[in-house]
Design a protein around this ligand. Structure first.
Ligand SMILES: [Zn+2]
Length: 154
């Protein structure tokens, strides 16, 4: 093998985008307007801490969507577990200390091509409008029990 080719092949280039979605426990409308902003900010921080840069975070009172660039060093299940754990802790202990906050058990995770990221990013950021107007994309809203491909790990 040519030395130049061997050198090229040893380089690692990873670009993976994943759209994540999950709900509150029992789909309770517990993400109030007052906690939404600090919650999203903390989730964005956690994503960066885990080297999964967030491209968009959005949602409603009963569920959240995230579009992230997935680090090759972390499993999706671990990313979701860490995001859920740290955010539930933040809400329960700091944002609304008088109530116990829980996320649902499962989640939805969907990989996408880079060319699709602007569309999905817009979709995540415009969540309230899409749910208000009934223009949701069913394929991107799968996270409840009853859907296929569901995970029950976190
Ligand atoms: Zn949604």
């Amino acid at each position: 093998m040519l030395p130049s080719l061997a050198k090229k092949m040893s380089a690692t280039y990873v670009e993976m985008y994943v759209h994540l979605v999950w709900g509150t426990f029992g789909r309770a409308a517990t993400i109030s307007a007052s906690i939404e902003k600090p919650l999203y900010a903390a989730m964005a921080d956690k994503c960066r801490e885990l080297r999964c840069p967030p491209l968009a975070i959005g949602g409603l009172a009963d569920h959240v969507h995230l579009l992230v660039a997935l680090s090759p060093t972390i499993a999706v299940a671990t990313l979701v577990k860490d995001l859920k754990g740290s955010s539930a802790h933040l809400i329960t202990h700091r944002l609304t200390p008088d109530t116990l906050f829980r996320w649902q058990t499962g989640y939805g995770a969907f990989t996408l091509r880079k060319s699709d990221t602007p569309t999905v990013r817009r979709y995540v950021l415009d969540q309230k409008e899409h749910h208000d107007k009934g223009t949701i994309r069913a394929a991107l809203e799968q996270f409840d029990a009853g859907h296929s491909h569901k995970e029950r790990t976190t």
